[in-house]
Every structure is written in C-alpha cells, then in structure tokens.
Design a binder for this molecule. Structure first.
Ligand SMILES: Nc1ncnc2c1ncn2[C@@H]1O[C@H](COP(=O)(O)O)[C@@H](OP(=O)(O)O)[C@H]1O
Ligand SMILES: [Mg+2]
Length: 257
C-alpha cells in the first residue's frame, strides 16, 4: 500500500477540521492574547489547535516526527526517510484577533524537503484545501462541495496580473517588485489562504518579500504543487523544507504558472 493515499489525506483532513472546531470555540467568546518571545501574538486557540493536531497525528497508523509552530523544542529532526509533519495550528493569528475570518489550520507532510501532502482549513470561512502528490488538489467549498483545482496559467501580454498580498505584513520591497511586474490588481489576504488563492486560479502571483516560517507555507505549498503551481525564491529555486532547524523561509514568490 502506498504511504500517501486517500485514507491518509482524509484522516489528516479530519484532524484539521477538529482543530478548526477547537479554534472556533475560542473565537466565539472572549479570549486572552499573550505575546511570544518574538513579539508575535499567541492565543488560547493556537494552543488548543496544537493539542488536537498532535493527538490526532499520534493516533494515525503511520508515525512521523512533528514540527509544530507551538512546540518547536520537541522536534529532533526528520525520520530516516526524510519525512516529518509540519504544522501551523493557527496561521494568521493577527487575523484571528481582528476577527476577520482569514486564518487557517495547516498540516503538511514533508518528504525529502518537499511538501507532498497538505491540508489547509479556514474554519471561520468554512472552506478548505486538501492535496497530495499523485491525488491532486481540491477545494472544499462552504457548501461542502469538493472541486478539483488548478492554477490559472500566465496572464497574456497586456493582461492585468491578479496579485495577492499580506494584509498584516506589508513589505518595503514589494512596491519595486510590483512596478516591474506591470499592470496588476492587489487583493489583501491573511494567512496561508494567499497561496491557496493562487492554487485555485483566483490569483496569478503571491510575492512574499518578507519573513515567514516553514510552517506558514508547508501545507499550502503542497496544495500549490498539486495544482501545478510553483513556490520559488526570487532566483527561481523551489522553496525547500530540507533543513527544518532553519525555521525561516527565504523571500519567495508563488506563481500560478
Ligand atoms: N518577522 C517575522 N519572522 C518570521 N515570521 C513572520 C514574521 N512576521 C510575520 N511572520 C509570519 O507571517 C505569518 C502571517 O503572515 P500574514 O500576515 O501574511 O498572514 C505569521 O504566522 P502566524 O499568524 O501563524 O504567527 C508569521 O509566522
Ligand atoms: Mg503562521
């Protein structure tokens, strides 16, 4: 039996939905916000979702080491085959605090530095994205309907680029990059949903010329790959997860072609 199959993808999706429920039970009431050492916000929801995901992954028939944003310390490295789970239990914590719905649960399986399975759930928007190498990429609509997704392709000469960018982390290098790109519209969005919008063909590019961590991109990167898109450094090198102790990504661009 293949390691990555529909039953593994379904099981991970179910774990992500449970984490989403834990997040929404906090979202529905007053919650406290702590500041982490790096000054980024942490809520009860981040911790609750982390616990649900770790328990869920540890109950699966296959076991891999887990690197979660909320527990970096207990990760000792990928297994002998180069596999590990890469988890951001609540990406877009600032959006969660602002209550605009643009936050996600993110679970990726990394294999030899490449995201080969990814689940992104946006519990407040009631949408999600699931993908795995060999199985394709799918969007779960708010209606519950599932549809296969793929990137839009490169805009033709003279066509307007549809760019998606961070709502909460603007970058000084972005203006010059956009100037070079040419005519474009800009859609602001929180969290890993930006990569998913490129994967489903709603946006043509997502330039991230600012810092992110591996867990911010891993799951949605798997969705982009399975939808035939690319996530590359500005030099055109695919983003890699092969050195998980190096937790920062380089600046990157997601391309829908
Ligand atoms: N200075 C910094 N260093 C590392 N990561 C950063 C960062 N500033 C923002 N990020 C990452 O960007 C993510 C949010 O991006 P965006 O604003 O585009 O939604 C954050 O995820 P979390 O919300 O999980 O902390 C955080 O990990
Ligand atoms: Mg994050």
């Amino acid at each position: 039996m293949a390691l990555i199959d529909q039953s593994l993808l379904d099981a991970v999706e179910s774990i992500a939905h449970k984490a989403g429920e834990a997040i929404m039970s906090v979202y529905a009431r007053e919650f406290s916000v702590e500041e982490k050492e790096d000054k980024s916000p942490l809520t009860e929801a981040d911790k609750a979702a982390h616990n649900v995901i770790v328990r869920g992954l540890q109950a699966l028939p296959v076991q891999f080491p887990i690197l979660s944003e909320e527990d970096v310390e207990s990760f000792a490295g990928a297994n002998a085959e180069g596999r590990y789970w890469l988890v951001d239990p609540l990406d877009g914590t600032k959006e969660f605090i602002k209550r605009n719905g643009e936050f996600t649960v993110n679970i990726a399986l990394i294999e030899q530095g490449v995201p080969v399975l990814g689940v992104v759930i946006a519990p407040a928007l009631e949408i999600g994205y699931v993908a795995a190498k060999g199985l394709g990429a799918f969007k779960i609509e708010a209606s519950g309907e599932r549809k296969a997704i793929s990137v839009a392709g490169k805009p033709g000469a003279g066509e307007t680029w549809r760019v998606v960018g961070s709502r909460s982390h603007p970058s000084p290098d972005l203006a010059a990059w956009l100037e070079e790109l040419g005519e474009h519209t800009m859609l602001p969005m929180g969290s890993s949903l930006k990569l998913c919008l490129v994967a489903e063909g709603v946006a043509d590019a997502y330039p991230r010329l600012g810092p992110t961590c591996l867990w911010d991109t891993g799951a949605a990167h798997a969705v982009v790959l399975a939808a035939n898109g690319r996530v590359e450094t500005q030099e055109g090198i695919p983003l890699s997860y092969a050195n998980p102790h190096e937790k920062l990504n380089p600046y990157f661009v997601v391309w829908g072609h």
